[in-house]
Design a protein around this ligand. Structure first.
Ligand SMILES: Cc1cc2nc3c(=O)[nH]c(=O)nc-3n(C[C@H](O)[C@H](O)[C@H](O)COP(=O)(O)OP(=O)(O)OC[C@H]3O[C@@H](n4cnc5c(N)ncnc54)[C@H](O)[C@@H]3O)c2cc1C
Length: 567
């Protein structure tokens, strides 16, 4: 029936080395008592040798536990006849990984390799089990996460990305896949001599890269994030028409906190996110001042955990952009880039802010090709041993400078003001002062960026002395603050003069009458000038631009969402 069984994920030379105890956490064996608890929620099923339980690409697949017999998890390669064995599951072991929880397309085929007895739970019952049985919930979640980590490390997935590490499009797609936790393999055009054959076989010319080969056969030439989302079916398992108790726009820290609290308190929650969960925090290399993480946590890890936590409680996350709010009737409707029109009884706007771009003629040309807005290990890798520039005087800039100083030759820190003390936390100022590789340049602005395909040199000017200099530097990190993502709201809610959303007591009687506030009660804390619509985190006027305050606001908003739903 099948011919070419090659490697397995747990043996893969590119995967993480697995100790025995690590392996037992990834593929645990459940006890008879635990099996009985699962059986109470599902049904027993007998299967024959060779019977296929699901195919690669199926969505909303069931969850199986082996009572007796044996299952094979395999990965079909191109033709149905060639496949890779990923894992054999024996009695007491179970199927699934993170994608199973989300209802996403499965990367594998599942087949009985012996006559077997199984417990089968559909996705809904599996999610309910994770939510309500603390012990099993912990075992399943840990195994699912570790399995996904192994797949990511081994590059085992249904996506091949062909591109160049120096191209902005490639960086965008890598970041999109990584931050959405989707495994992919990367073919570097500049390093892989066989890549031209691969491109020729799909009739792709070099000006059409980066290319994404999606699910083995769909070829996307320089695709948008939405095209990749559609091809991988990220949104397929989600009903985009039903009226939701709560729709949250934006999956940064504030939106994810609202999702965790809303879903865990029984609300039917849908989150819309333009690109990937984590927001600005997701692009931070290390957050050291978030409560409970004394050694710091990368923004990506924090976002990944929060994303899973929200889904564990039943929140659904749609990868698409909210493009318009229809606010003239109830339920309100959120129109999205993918064509969906989502009705909502209440809304939390958590769209944060977008990076400010200095006035510099060539800037868009070098975004992702020498100019970056985040300093994660991915960007850090690109400038090992080189000189870099960090622009900005806030905490994000300080963290980036300290982080990049670990691996780069020198970090030039450019700020327009005289010193760092006004906007930066004292611990970071001290760390910068104590790092000889960081050269602080006050009163300095970038005036020119030069290069062909990649940034090659940077010009800057000192506003006090008028002196200009040009340096052969290939990497600039722009950390100069952000503007609120509120343009899409189109007059539905009152904004302050800088475009941030006004809420609660900040809304004056004049604001409320101008926006036709219809209720006898005043707006609740965090409620906008539109009843039942809240704003949290960086998008809110007067907010403290920190992860902890964004998370706090997201969770506080939920208590008022309950009140509105009861009105
Ligand atoms: C590099 C960096 C490092 C930082 N380090 C720290 C730190 O160490 N400690 C700290 O406390 N703070 C730090 N901050 C600040 C902190 O990250 C922000 O205050 C926090 O992320 C704000 O969260 P938020 O959810 O309000 O918004 P954001 O994080 O901005 O998230 C908003 C989300 O909404 C999405 N979105 C926007 N528009 C739409 C739309 N129309 N439809 C759908 N989705 C949309 C975006 O894609 C984004 O994911 C840092 C910021 C940066 C940039």
């Amino acid at each position: 029936m099948y011919t070419n069984i090659t490697t397995s994920v747990n043996n893969t030379p590119r995967g993480l080395p697995l100790t025995r105890s690590h392996l037992e956490q990834i593929f645990p064996k459940l006890t008879p008592t635990q099996l009985r608890r699962i059986k109470a929620r599902g049904q027993l099923r007998a299967v024959q040798r060779g019977e296929i339980l699901y195919e690669q690409g199926d969505t909303s697949i069931a969850f199986f536990v082996v009572v007796s017999g044996e299952l094979e998890v395999v990965r079909p390669l191109g033709t149905a006849a060639v496949e890779t064995l990923v894992r054999v599951l024996g009695s007491g072991q179970f199927t699934g990984e993170v994608g199973t929880l989300f209802g996403r397309r499965t990367l594998f085929r599942l087949r009985a390799s012996k006559p077997s007895k199984l417990i089968e739970l559909d996705r809904q019952h599996m999610v309910a089990l994770v939510q309500s049985d603390a012990e099993l919930g912990q075992i399943l979640m840990r195994a699912f996460i570790l399995r996904r980590v192994e797949l990511m490390a081994a590059g085992v997935g249904d996506v091949v990305l062909i591109g160049s590490t120096h191209s902005a499009g490639t960086l965008r797609i890598k970041e999109f896949l990584m931050r959405n936790g989707h495994p992919y393999s990367f073919v570097d055009l500049e390093r892989d001599p066989d890549v031209q054959n691969l491109l020729d076989s799909f009739h792709i010319s070099t000006n059409e890269i980066p290319v994404v080969i999606c699910r083995g056969n769909v070829v996307l030439r320089n695709p948008s994030n939405q095209q990749i989302t559609d091809c991988l079916g990220f949104n397929e398992a989600i009903d985009q028409t039903q009226v939701r108790d709560l729709v949250i726009i934006g999956a940064g820290p504030s939106g994810l906190a609202a999702a965790v609290y809303g879903a865990s308190e029984g609300l039917d929650v849908l989150v819309l996110e333009t690109s990937s969960p984590g927001g600005q925090a997701g692009s931070s290399s290390r957050i050291e001042n978030y409560l409970g993480f004394p050694t710091g946590i990368s923004g990506q890890e924090l976002a990944g955990r929060a994303y899973l936590q929200a889904q564990k409680f039943g929140a659904e996350i749609l990868i698409t952009k909210g493009t318009r709010l229809a606010c003239d009737h109830k339920p309100y409707v959120i129109e999205a880039e993918n064509g969906a029109r989502i009705p909502a009884r209440t809304i939390v706007i958590a769209t944060g802010a977008a990076y400010r771009r200095p006035q510099c003629e060539n800037l868009p040309r070098f975004e992702g090709a020498g100019v970056y807005y985040g300093a994660t290990p991915m960007e850090g890798q690109l400038c090992i041993g080189e000189e870099v520039i960090v622009v900005g005087g806030g905490n994000a800039a300080g963290q980036a400078a300290v982080f990049l100083a670990e691996t780069s030759r020198r970090v030039h820190m450019l700020v327009r003001s005289a010193s760092l003390v006004e906007k930066m936390s004292r611990y970071l100022v001290r760390r910068i002062e104590e790092t000889p590789k960081i050269v602080f340049r006050p009163y300095t602005e970038i005036i020119a960026l030069q290069g062909s395909n990649h940034l090659e040199s940077v010009g800057w000017r000192n506003s006090q002395t008028g002196m200009t200099e040009e340096h052969k530097i290939r990497h600039v990190f722009l950390m100069t603050g952000a503007d609120p993502n509120t343009r899409w709201l189109d007059g539905c809610v009152a904004l302050d003069p800088k475009g941030f959303i006004m809420t609660g007591l900040d809304l004056s009687p004049e604001n409320l009458s101008a926006t036709h506030w219809p209720l006898s009660r005043p707006p609740y804390l965090l409620e906008t000038s539109l009843p039942g619509v809240f704003a949290v985190g960086d998008v809110r006027g007067g907010s403290i631009k920190r992860v902890a305050s964004a998370v706090g606001e997201g969770s506080i908003a939920i208590s008022f969402v309950h009140k509105v739903l009861q009105e």
